[in-house]
Design a protein around this ligand. Structure first.
Ligand SMILES: [Zn+2]
Length: 274
């Protein structure tokens, strides 16, 4: 089996293309390629999430948990068709030193309690969660795993493709690494293009859920203020480079997002509960 895998590996690009699955990223419409199975990534993401639940204590702050649940459920409704296989779960971890949040394939969402240092309202929380869910909807982790496998060579690539049949190329550790969650504060996030894409998708998702998209700009400003004068930037900042480029893109998309919010059937309900 191993020899066959290597031989197939040598066939290189043509094999890649044969095995690859093309898909369209929701909201942006970008064409992307995934070489890993959705089922396998969801399975390993679930295992990774369970591992993180063992690693970090849950927050006992009921208010934080309720807020994340409330906002998360509303976003989950609007992303139903873009993340159809999700079994949503929202957990606040007691990690006050980390301003961070993540979402995984299969609908597993984690928020580190430090995030609440920069969150002033539900709209801002929605902006962060929608950005993270944007990464999931765009299947950025699938793309990253596909790239890693291509770099590491054909053997692992074939193992990855066949993971569903038990060859086992994909591990929950590889998935944790791909999400940038392995080393905490020094974690390496997605590249800038993917971060901007998640900003774009997240902005539209939060607006469709009836949240105020303009609060997304404030979150970036809050983050900048929180990191000013600190020796190390918070993890969320190091993995989500904060720069004028991000804010400019958000401002560019703002008219569209505001229109989406006006159309959202949930605006009325939101105004009442706000
Ligand atoms: Zn991101």
């Amino acid at each position: 089996m191993r020899l066959v895998a290597r031989l197939l590996g040598f066939l290189g690009i043509s094999w890649l293309l044969l095995a690859a699955g093309c898909y369209e990223v929701p909201v942006t419409g970008r064409s992307a390629i995934s070489m890993v199975s959705d089922k396998e990534v969801a399975k390993q993401s679930l295992a990774a999430f369970e591992a993180l639940k063992k690693k970090y204590p849950r927050s006992r702050n009921k208010d934080m948990q309720a807020r994340v649940q409330r906002v998360g459920e509303r976003l989950a409704k609007v992303v139903f068709w873009d993340v159809p296989d999700a079994d949503w779960e929202f957990v606040v971890f007691e990690v006050p030193q980390q301003i961070n949040a993540f979402a995984m394939a299969g609908g597993k969402v984690g928020v580190f309690s430090g995030l609440f240092k920069i969150i002033q309202n539900d709209d801002q929380l929605a902006s962060v969660l929608a950005h993270e869910i944007g990464h999931v909807a765009a299947r950025h982790v699938h793309e990253r795993l596909s790239q890693d496998m291509a770099i590491q060579g054909g053997g692992l690539l074939v193992g990855g493709i066949m993971a569903g049949s038990g060859a086992g190329g994909l591990t929950s550790q590889a998935v944790i690494d791909a999400y940038g969650l392995s080393t905490g504060i020094t974690a390496v996030g997605f590249d800038r293009k993917k971060e901007k894409e998640a900003d774009h998708i997240g902005l539209m998702y939060m607006a469709r859920a009836g949240y105020d998209p303009e609060e997304s700009v404030k979150v970036i400003e809050n983050l900048e203020n929180a990191s000013a004068g600190q020796p190390l930037p918070p993890a969320w900042l190091s993995t989500h480079p904060s720069n004028p480029e991000r804010i400019l893109q958000l401002m560019d998309l703002m008219p569209k997002a505001l229109a989406a919010r006006r159309q959202s059937s949930q605006v009325q309900e939101h105004t009442l509960v706000k």
